[in-house]
Design a binder for this molecule. Structure first.
Ligand code: S3P
Length: 169
């Protein structure tokens, strides 16, 4: 089985994914990390060299490659489900879980973490709320196609993990 975690940047996909993989005894794969190792470039460098479209093509190709594996927890990039037919491919080949985090919390979490994320790296702190609100509005349609949704407010990471384990029972 493959479990894929979907959600906006800063929603905790990688942290939760790592914990979940450990609990299940599955391999953990972070899609961005995997892409960085495969192409020997950081996500930001891929955006710079090949543009966003160049990144999306590599992302799609790598996603297909990983979905052939088994017993994997896969943390997707925030934009992965939004491009091409990726959400259908994800839902056909994995159990998808959307980690839904409210806007103010996302903004807070991303303020010191935007430099590695080319889509928001250029934003000033006071521009984050409006940008992310609009971005989420465009993306929620795709995120909501995930098989399961977990709403995260103030839960600790172990509470989030328990919620996911309940879903998987
Ligand atoms: C992106 C999210 C990033 C990374 C890239 C684009 C997006 O992943 O794939 O910077 O379009 O939301 P994280 O969600 O892991 O930050």
């Amino acid at each position: 089985m493959i479990i894929s975690l979907i959600g906006y940047m800063g929603s905790g996909k990688s942290t939760t994914g790592r914990d979940l993989a450990k609990t299940l005894g599955y391999e953990f794969i972070d899609l961005d990390q995997y892409i960085e190792n495969k192409y020997e470039l950081s996500v930001s460098e891929i955006f710079e060299k090949f543009g966003e479209l160049g990144f999306r093509k590599r992302e799609k190709e790598t996603l297909a490659e990983i979905l052939h594996k088994t017993n994997v927890v896969l943390s997707l990039g925030g934009g992965t489900p939004v491009y091409y037919d990726n959400i259908d491919v994800i839902n056909t080949n994995s159990v998808s879980i959307f980690l839904r985090v409210q806007l103010p919390q996302l903004v807070k979490r991303l303020e010191n973490k935007k430099h590695t994320r080319p889509l928001i790296a250029h934003l000033k702190d006071e521009e984050m709320m409006e940008f992310i609100a609009k971005h989420l509005f465009e993306r929620n349609h795709f995120y909501q196609k995930a098989k399961h949704t977990i709403s995260i407010t103030n839960q600790s990471s172990s509470e989030v993990l328990n919620q996911i384990m309940d879903i998987l029972k």
